[in-house]
Design a protein around this ligand. Structure first.
Ligand code: NDP
Length: 246
């Protein structure tokens, strides 16, 4: 899974799964341009960790819901060499039972998790089409497959991502661009640490592998899907969940 000479874009690379993906792709030889929402100190730390691998990193502050931010990230990747890989990783939760969920909480999650990935994909498709190659991975979730009480907005965004993955995969497969999704289960990050203790325990007890996942578990799957070893794989959803969604 050698990515030498490739340039990757990762949204939400400052922390958690996104940071692990930046590092894993860099270890395999890719330069990385990544975005973050506002945590500049964490973004700087990711830059330093990536550069310790010998790769080059650029951090771009920007909201994935904004088309101009997508363009800025693509420009940063072009400065590093091109646009070979896109990982739509940035995501948020605003959990509440549907009866109590505000319209604003619904819209915010759909805008970041689903529309953000659409805008970013739209921004990379032209350069990828010109190059007649490219690999895109969308960060879905087991919740998009199984549903989860308290996460109607989040589950809808992740199920939407799966539908979008398959649709765009069909549109661009014949021109050498692959689009896949990864569906993580319960992964130890700031996002899951913010869940109520009881919800964390309920999720952990549903994992056949009897352990929570680590950001690196997801990053390894992403590295495979964007590599040439996955050249004949497109439109797929790879669960990285210790068996949770079998
Ligand atoms: P974290 O909350 O730990 O990190 C989120 C990252 O996304 C941060 O880098 C954050 O930037 C960035 N971000 C958030 N909103 C925006 C925005 N509007 N524009 C740009 N960047 C943004 O999340 P995780 O690492 O846990 O999750 C990463 C992805 O994996 C998400 O899509 C999530 O839904 C998915 N996932 C996670 C699971 C888990 O168990 N953790 C399970 C299944 C899926 P900043 O640091 O500046 O705030």
């Amino acid at each position: 899974m050698d990515l030498t000479g490739k340039t990757a874009i990762v949204t939400g690379g400052s922390r958690g799964i996104g940071r692990a993906i930046c590092l894993e792709l860099a270890r395999r030889g890719a330069n990385v341009a990544f975005s973050y929402a506002g945590n500049a100190a964490a973004a700087q730390e990711t830059v330093e960790l990536v550069e310790q691998t010998g790769a080059t990193a650029r951090a771009v502050q920007g909201d994935v819901t904004c088309a101009d931010a997508a363009k800025e990230l693509v420009d940063a990747a072009k400065e590093l060499g091109g646009v070979d890989i896109l990982v739509n990783n940035a995501g948020i939760t605003r959990d509440k039972l549907a009866a109590r969920m505000s319209e604003e909480d619904f819209d915010a999650v759909i805008a970041t998790n689903l529309k953000g990935a659409f805008l970013m994909t739209k921004a990379v498709l032209r350069p990828m089409m010109r190059a007649k190659s490219g690999a895109i991975v969308n960060m879905a979730s087991v919740v998009g497959i199984m549903g989860n009480a308290g996460q109607a907005n989040y589950a809808a965004s992740k199920a939407g991502l799966i539908g979008m993955t398959k649709s765009i995969a069909r549109e661009v497969a014949s021109i050498g661009i692959r689009v896949n999704a990864v569906a993580p289960g319960y992964i130890e990050t700031d996002m899951t640490a913010a869940m109520p203790e009881a919800a964390q325990q309920a999720m952990c007890s549903a994992i056949p592998a009897a352990r929570a996942g680590k950001p690196e578990d997801v990053a390894h799957a992403v590295a495979f899907l964007v590599s040439d070893e996955a050249a004949y794989i497109t439109g797929q959803v790879l669960a990285v969940d210790g068996g949770m969604a079998m």
